[in-house]
Design a protein around this ligand. Sequence first.
Ligand SMILES: Cc1cc2nc3c(=O)[nH]c(=O)nc-3n(C[C@H](O)[C@H](O)[C@H](O)COP(=O)(O)OP(=O)(O)OC[C@H]3O[C@@H](n4cnc5c(N)ncnc54)[C@H](O)[C@@H]3O)c2cc1C
Length: 297
Amino acid sequence: MKGKNIKKDPICNMDVEENNAITTECDGEIYYFCSEGCRERFLKERVCKLPRTSYDLIIIGGGPAGLTAAVYAATLKMEAFLITRDLGGQAVDSTKIENYMGFDFITGPELIEKFRYQLIGSHYIDHLMSDVEVIEPVEGGFNVTTSDLKKYFAKTLIIATGMTRRRLKVPGEEEFQRKGVFYGNVQDISLVQGEDVAVIGGGNSAMQIVENLYTVARNVYIISDTKLSADPVVIDRINRYRNAHKKGPYSAIYPIRYYEGYKVVEFSGGKTLSNVTIRKIAEKETIDLPVKGVFSP
Ligand SMILES: Cc1cc2nc3c(=O)[nH]c(=O)nc-3n(C[C@H](O)[C@H](O)[C@H](O)COP(=O)(O)OP(=O)(O)OC[C@H]3O[C@@H](n4cnc5c(N)ncnc54)[C@H](O)[C@@H]3O)c2cc1C
């Protein structure tokens, strides 16, 4: 929604585009809503001044799992409330989803837009864009406290908070996310066709990424702070690629190179990533590897 005129829905905190929002005028002020449901709730709560805080069900997390639960709850007409940090979860990171029923191919953001419509357009349940910070068991259910210190009660909880990627915590990591720094994202491999790339890690997941990159990218650097820990059969396979004079357009000239016992120090570049700096553990000297993509499992 960058560059568009964005307003905040006062009920659920969702960002809404001014031109597409549902509006209402109240006490001389215009309010913008993501859906008819939020507008109705606003008008109801505006009159009674007692926002609802007790539900049969609270769903925490707005990824595919939480949103599916929310849509079911709506069809069952349950007294349900969805609290989530964002809509879509990890799917937002996916440039290409190829195994989702009903679509031969769809991008993560497109799929999320469909989820969003299904939730707030056709299967409305109360929802709030916020972080859940505390869950306490109390008599008859649970108290849930959000980051703005609001407390909600539910008889039942569905916790669908998914997972977050382990970060490397080095300078430049946040800046180049999805602009060269990718997490376990085999879908993004097409973005580095014919480019030099690095894979961070020495386990099976990292090696799987190497195998995917091998025929697509040019130089492939493996950076691992320990000796490679993948299964021997996997390492054997990588070694075979490494030593073979292969048919692929890039790999015959540009073999896979190992940097075992090295740590990543920094990501750098312009608008997108162009370099990763590494350092051998317990040594001072650093090496710059010019790369367009770095993949971490
Ligand atoms: C780059 C990438 C590409 C992928 N490609 C595919 C693919 O092609 N096909 C496929 O099937 N799968 C793919 N996946 C995996 C797929 O996205 C996940 O399996 C799916 O998103 C899991 O859904 P989930 O709802 O369980 O969790 P998540 O998607 O992780 O959602 C969790 C939700 O909980 C919220 N949350 C977390 N903590 C809190 C809190 N304390 N308070 C409030 N909210 C919270 C998050 O904000 C998020 O909305 C991909 C994943 C990634 C990262």
